[in-house]
Design a protein around this ligand. Structure first.
Ligand SMILES: [Zn+2]
Length: 121
């Protein structure tokens, strides 16, 4: 990777890992002249190469033992004991949606325009 565009690190929050400095929000990653934006809300379809870079970044993060959550517009995965999940981000399908809880749906919606990473405690 040549550059990473971050939109938030620590912020005052009692309800997210950003409050304890363990949250990283990434909006774009660039390698050479290829940029992927972690956004399928205000950014339209991206090239196959851009999505391959997204997959590479996302997979490297979910496979890193220091990362307990990786949430982006296409997938949400949590490895936090007692709160594990691993499923597509279906925010575009709207709510209600099958047996998806309102809480999970809102969570997906919140991650429609960035990659959120939680660093393990
Ligand atoms: Zn975040």
């Amino acid at each position: 990777m040549d550059s990473i565009q971050v939109s938030s690190l620590w912020r005052n929050s009692a309800t997210s890992p950003h409050g304890s400095g363990r949250g990283i929000d990434i909006v774009a990653v660039t390698r050479g002249n290829l940029t992927v934006r972690f956004n399928n809300s205000t950014v339209g379809p991206q090239s196959q190469a851009a999505m391959a870079l997204r997959n590479e970044v996302y997979n490297s993060m979910v496979n890193d033992q220091r990362v307990s959550q990786a949430l982006d517009p296409w997938w949400v995965k949590s490895k936090i004991p007692g709160n594990t999940y691993n499923q597509p981000n279906v925010w575009q399908q709207g709510y209600p949606n099958g047996n998806l809880s309102k809480k999970r749906y809102n969570f997906m919606y919140k991650h429609r325009h960035h990659l959120h990473l939680t660093i393990r405690r």
